[in-house]
Ligand binder design. Structure first.
Ligand SMILES: [Zn+2]
Length: 365
């Protein structure tokens, strides 16, 4: 049904606890080999697991789930503009889609005592989500994070019983600590391919909620790639299976400060600042390991990218709240990019777009 292969050299994964290719050091990706058929959905399951026939899980066993997924897709006050309320999840961010599949996939490795616990690096949302699903599964979890982490996110992670290790330094320092923790299985959303198996269900849901049609545009906050690659893979799967009749234009949205995907796609050089100050604090991957994979996937599917500045993000954040949608600034990047494209005439009258609103505003404090 599916293969796990290196995202760079294509060599199959040999052991299910390998999180990077021993040959080239790159992360794995999952290749799904059967067409999607709406008839195979479990319509009595009101979570993302209704698509379980199409979700790769390392080993079938007890599912670690809290009813995540099937988030509302609502019209906004702007004609033809829809919002997918991904912040309506057990831990307040879309990350729960990935965590349910990821923790379900690795549970046997902990239960079999090959590892004592799981570890992850995070600026907050992935850490909260993995900590919650680890708690549900009875697995010990350590979250490696930055000195700059928001208090609210810290409190949430601690509430789930996870340990926190705060380190000075950037993503390379924090990731290294999580990767080399003794007796610990590294379960990064950026590296572990099962995470994207969860996020691809956003595409299935959008299509199903629209009566198996694709929107013209989907605006996706983009950082490490675990969201955008999942969304692209999901829509690609539907399109290649003949379930939808076109690929939407997927737009990777990044804050100006953290925009390696935008710059690589536009063939422009990118130099990250020494210190990040952007209000989009969930989007911090200045050197994502899956950068080339994102650029290739966007090119192959005629996707695009956009950058937005902090003031535009804050304006969009207000605009969303004014219609009752209280999200993280990182999520408001999508509306900022949409507004830009609308002004520039890139989106024609009558073309519809979906914004992925990924994180709850309650995480801001
Ligand atoms: Zn490789």
């Amino acid at each position: 049904m599916f293969k796990v292969i290196c995202s760079r050299c294509g060599v199959p994964q040999e052991e299910d606890d390998h999180w990077k290719c021993p040959r080239c050091g790159y992360p794995y990706r999952i290749v799904w080999e059967e067409p999607f058929n709406p008839k195979d959905i479990d319509s009595h399951d009101y979570s993302l697991w209704r698509y379980r026939r199409f979700i790769a899980v390392a080993r079938q066993g007890e599912r670690v789930s809290m009813g995540e997924g099937l988030t509302p897709l609502i019209p906004t006050s702007t004609p033809y503009l829809y919002a997918k309320l991904e912040f309506m999840m057990p831990t307040g961010s879309y990350k729960d889609r990935g965590s349910t599949v990821l923790i379900t996939s690795v549970k046997h490795l902990i239960d079999g005592r090959r590892y004592r616990e799981v570890s992850i690096e995070s600026s907050g949302n992935a850490g909260s989500s993995v900590a919650a699903y680890a708690a549900k599964a009875g697995i010990k979890c350590t979250v490696y994070t930055y000195l700059s982490i928001k208090e609210s996110k810290l409190r949430q992670i601690l509430a789930y019983g996870a340990e926190i290790v705060k380190l000075p330094g950037d993503v390379s320092v924090v990731s290294k600590a999580a990767q080399t923790a003794p007796n610990s299985l590294y379960v990064s959303h950026a590296w572990n391919p099962y995470f994207q198996e969860g996020t691809k269900t956003i595409a299935y849901e959008i299509a199903e909620q629209r009566g198996w049609t694709a929107p013209d545009y989907v605006f996706v906050p983009t950082s490490a790639g675990s969201l955008i690659l999942g969304v692209i893979n999901g829509f690609r799967h539907l399109f290649s299976s003949g379930v939808i009749d076109k690929m939407p234009t997927i737009v990777a949205v990044q804050p100006l400060e953290v925009s390696p995907v935008y710059h690589a796609l536009m063939n422009k050089p990118y130099k990250p600042p020494t210190e990040l100050t952007t209000v989009a604090d969930a989007l911090i991957s200045t050197k994502p390991i899956r950068l080339q994979e994102m650029v290739d996937s966007l090119r192959e599917t005629r996707g695009s990218a956009e950058i937005v500045e902090d003031q535009e993000i804050l304006n969009s954040h207000k605009q969303l709240a004014a219609e009752g949608l209280y999200v993280e600034p990182s999520s408001a990047t999508t509306l900022a990019a949409y507004n830009k494209w609308k002004e520039q005439g890139k989106i024609k009258h009558g073309e519809d777009a979906v914004l992925l609103l990924t994180g709850s505003g309650l995480k801001i404090a």
